[in-house]
Design a protein. Sequence first.
Length: 338
Amino acid sequence: MNKTSNARDIVVVAASLGGLQALKKILSSLPADLPASVFVVMHIGAWPSLLPEVLQADCLLPVMHARDRQPIVETKVYVAPPDRHMLIRDGVIVLSTGPKENFARPAADPLFRSAAVEYGPRTIGVILTGKLDDGAAGLKAVDACGGFTIVQDPSSCVAPDMPTAALQAVSPDRVMPIDGIAAAIISALTDESRKGSNMDERERVALETKIALTGRSSPAELERLGHRSSLTCPDCGGVVWRIGDDLPLRYRCHTGHAFSALSLESEQRSGAENALWAAVRRLEERLLLTEEQLSLAEAARSPEVSKLRVQKDGLQAAVEVTRQLALESSISTAETPA
């Protein structure tokens, strides 16, 4: 595809929990002659996926997993394959094994940013149901580059987190229940209203797109995007930069991993729970060892008996306190969107 007009013809869609039914509903309502290309990212991780086949059953448009360097063609739906970021550049699809964003690959933000930079006002960004907030930063990039933005009404979502985060990041052109989103997309293709681009934001978006495409970044580039924080990357332990000063609050490490504050907090919470249960195991092992030492000391009437009893009591108390903390952390993690 190599249009020179400003007609909207690039549709990027993000979904997570509850997204399968939402995507089927939308795609089944799009006409076979849709004058646009549709790109879909759903959080499927590295697992084998039959998502294109499932979506094809109700869709008049051809649906397929995207291939690297595949030319972009109208009236087709491209789905990000497992464990690959899907980006678009120079009229072709680029699949990347670049660092995960929001602890996901494929992730929505890289696709949305690449569409925003490459196609600007020709882009329509759509955020559907899902947990956490992948896609919010990407939709903000689409908006900043003059694109059209659509958000599923959180009240119609299985998981309202992604749309809610998107609404905090931008003032979308449309907020629609799932039944109205296909019509909103079709209408946006010919809607002649246009808005300006934020050139400073576009430069930042372009730099982040380059990082996703190449899988490489430098401290100097990150200094252009934000400033160093006191955090470390949960994926690689690298130094982390805070990106920007508004919502959604985001971070990047110097190896390229990117995450929102919400996804980072969720990951840190899960890591804290794992660490607490590991501490429980180690304390219990120390307690067992102390009990064995105490048993032998009592049999031998050793002068160490009193000391070992105090040690045993302290370890028992530590086990109970740490176990309670781990249980409370488990409950919090279960209640936190994943």
